[in-house]
Design a binder for this molecule. Structure first.
Ligand SMILES: Cc1cc2nc3c(=O)[nH]c(=O)nc-3n(C[C@H](O)[C@H](O)[C@H](O)COP(=O)(O)OP(=O)(O)OC[C@H]3O[C@@H](n4cnc5c(N)ncnc54)[C@H](O)[C@@H]3O)c2cc1C
Length: 400
């Protein structure tokens, strides 16, 4: 077992990462800097999806991190997956959003909930990056109340289910090969009548209605998906019929634990850019870093980033031990909601000050800090809004 020693770099000693974990973070950082950062500007400018990126990420072993090698994965854990996302978030936020939708929402969810035949059929392609994954829960009329207001239905017809409905804001939707889709098999039973299905893009009746243009995380394709009498083989039902709520709730806790490291990576990059800019930008004949009001901002940002790091790692370590089918209530439900709420909220504070340090140059679309600033609001909305996170936390605190 790794024991942190005095020889460890200061930042690592304080982060509580083992040598192995630190090396995962450092290696992913080097990979992302070399391979993903050069794609970021064009993705942002053109809402461009780089078609070779996922196969390259897969070839370097950055998909299926918590999935056993027998399915094409890496055989590590969710914590390691979070470290990779933290590193990717520093260098290409758009690709990182798509990465987490593929890796966590689709791939890891399937590993945890699919049967053996489904795992063998889909996981190797998802782990290699030859297949792109997505998760489709949200609908035009069902956002925060995703379960209660869900209108997409799945009716059993012989050896298939027939899906009808619309999903919206689905990350990777326009380019996905494999989608984990939720639909009501018994609408009259409300949330207790939801089932989960694996849909392939070629199934008849499935179509991408539109690709949506976003203010941030551009290049990560977001879409509206339509199911019109879409026939899905009964063999693609994930788990038991009407038990989809367990898949959703457990998956959402893990998703929240995983979104926090994305916030951390973005905030770390914003702080690094701000320190650099403060040192090089001169006004009144001196670097702006000489001014105490600027120093105060840098100090605040540092404190916020370190607090994010501690909470993010704490929740991610807790999520590492979530048993299959677990979650959706209790301590893990509360701490993952709290960690992502704190991380997203604090990242917004960091980015607000970072842009201020950059002055007018930060307001220009082309600048890297501007790209990060435009992205961050989403992380107070997706994976349950800040308000929903507060409802979860208070609900758990007040549970009798
Ligand atoms: C870029 C992007 C990517 C996304 N990716 C995915 C994806 O891959 N898969 C997927 O399934 N979904 C995805 N989503 C959807 C996302 O999860 C939803 O947008 C989110 O859950 C909020 O739903 P909504 O947008 O319908 O907002 P609404 O639910 O309509 O909320 C509007 C406002 O009302 C507030 N509100 C709602 N109910 C309450 C309440 N009870 N008390 C207090 N306030 C309340 C909300 O907090 C919010 O401020 C994505 C969204 C975006 C924008």
């Amino acid at each position: 077992m790794d024991t942190p020693s005095v020889a460890l770099p200061v930042a690592q000693r304080f982060s509580g990462l083992s040598n192995e974990e630190q090396s995962i973070l450092d290696q992913a950082d080097r990979f992302a800097r070399q391979e993903l950062f050069p794609l970021a500007r064009r993705m942002d400018d053109e809402e461009w999806w780089p078609p070779d990126a996922f196969p390259k990420i897969g070839a370097h072993g950055y998909f299926g991190i918590p999935v056993p090698e027998a399915y094409g994965g890496v055989g590590m854990d969710l914590f390691a997956s979070g470290l990779v996302l933290q590193a990717f978030g520093r260098w290409n936020s758009g690709l990182s959003l798509s990465w987490v939708a593929h890796e966590n929402l689709c791939l890891y969810n399937l590993y945890r909930n699919a049967n053996e035949a489904q795992r063998r059929r889909y996981l190797p392609g998802l782990c290699s990056g030859q297949l792109t994954g997505a998760l489709a829960l949200t609908e035009p009329g069902a956002g925060s109340d995703a379960l209660g207001s869900m209108r997409t239905t799945a009716r059993r017809d012989g050896d298939a289910y027939v899906l009808n409905g619309t999903k919206i804001y689905i990350t990777n939707g326009p380019v996905a090969d494999v989608l984990l889709v939720y639909a009501k098999t018994e609408p009259e039973r409300g949330a207790r009548g939801i089932s989960a299905f694996i849909v392939e893009k070629g199934f008849p009746g499935f179509k991408v209605a539109q690709k949506l243009v976003k203010m941030g995380f551009r290049g990560s394709p977001t879409g509206e998906l339509v199911f019109e009498d879409c026939r899905v083989p009964a063999a693609n039902l994930v788990g038991e019929e009407n038990e989809g709520v367990r898949v959703v709730m457990s998956g959402l806790d893990l998703e929240r634990a995983m979104v926090a490291p994305l916030c951390l990576g973005i905030a770390e990059r914003a702080l690094a850019l701000s320190i650099d800019y403060a040192r090089t930008r001169e006004q009144f004949g001196r670097p702006i870093a000489d001014f105490q009001l600027i120093q105060g901002k840098l100090a605040d940002m540092y404190v916020w980033v370190e607090a994010m790091r501690v909470f993010t790692y704490q929740a991610l370590r807790a999520a590492n031990h979530l048993e299959i089918g677990g979650g959706g209530r209790g301590e893990i439900h509360k701490i993952t909601a709290a960690s992502v709420m704190f991380a997203a909220d604090t990242m917004n504070k960091v980015l607000n000050e970072a842009l201020q340090v950059h002055g007018g140059s930060g307001y220009i679309w082309d600048s890297e800090i501007n790209r990060l600033y435009r992205a961050i609001k989403l992380l107070e909305i997706g994976a349950g809004t800040t308000e929903v996170r507060k409802i979860i936390i208070a609900g758990e605190l007040l549970r009798g």
